[in-house]
Design a protein around this ligand. Sequence first.
Ligand SMILES: [Zn+2]
Length: 279
Amino acid sequence: MRYKKTHRFGPIESLETGRGYFGPPPVKVHSFFVDGLLIDTGPPNAKAALLDWLADKNLQQIFVTHHHEDHSGNVKVIQNQYNVEAYSSVLCTDLVKGKVQTSIPQLLFWGRPEYIDTLTPIQKDVFETPNHRFALIPIPGHAPDQLALYEKEQGWLFSADAFVSPVIKYFMKKESMAEQIQSLKRLLALDFEWLLCCHKPLLKGGKYQLQQKCNFLEDYYGQVVFYHQKGHSAGSILSLMGKKELWFQKLLSQNNLSAINMVHSVLRDEAKKQLINPS
Ligand SMILES: [Zn+2]
């Protein structure tokens, strides 16, 4: 089942897309449009919906928050039809030129990531449209190249995938929990009204839910360190914490999406900390 729905949040429009096989899509993704700017281009398999949605808009520029295919998936398709620049962080422009790691569930739900060599790296920490000025805030952790766009005057925070949900059940292989916690604290220090998350935009209570996620990850991190210091393995830490592995997803994704990745992420972050600051 192909899902698509349009939304309007004041002057911001969004297209929400997703794909389900045994009912509604398990994950949906928003692309936002405001003041001639498209923020994120949706997954590759939503290209027809994206192009259709853009048809009556005055598209002037594109911003890609990070390299994952549900955000960068249609840059080239759109640029083939519109003569517009697409911007992203310097690291993102490199990552989309390499092989974006994917897995069977991601291929099924998003489609195949494409090679993109047309992104323009942005070196500044602000991005402008005719009527708005967005501060670009580095929020690594979920992805190393991820940027948030913050429009201070309007109180809009386009948080890419920094939020998604207050409780997280699995990580991708390369995510860093320590960096995610730092990034969330960076966002929590901002004064914003609307949390324009690509998977769950919140016009009310966004800051509270973002704080909930930060608390959840800090607590999770602390528990992993506690059990690790007692000598437990990653697998036994997960069960001592009362968490369950998502076996079907783990096997189907060849370990790219799993609960144990969250424990490994903390152990990696701690090992890195020890290297920088040996005790
Ligand atoms: Zn992502």
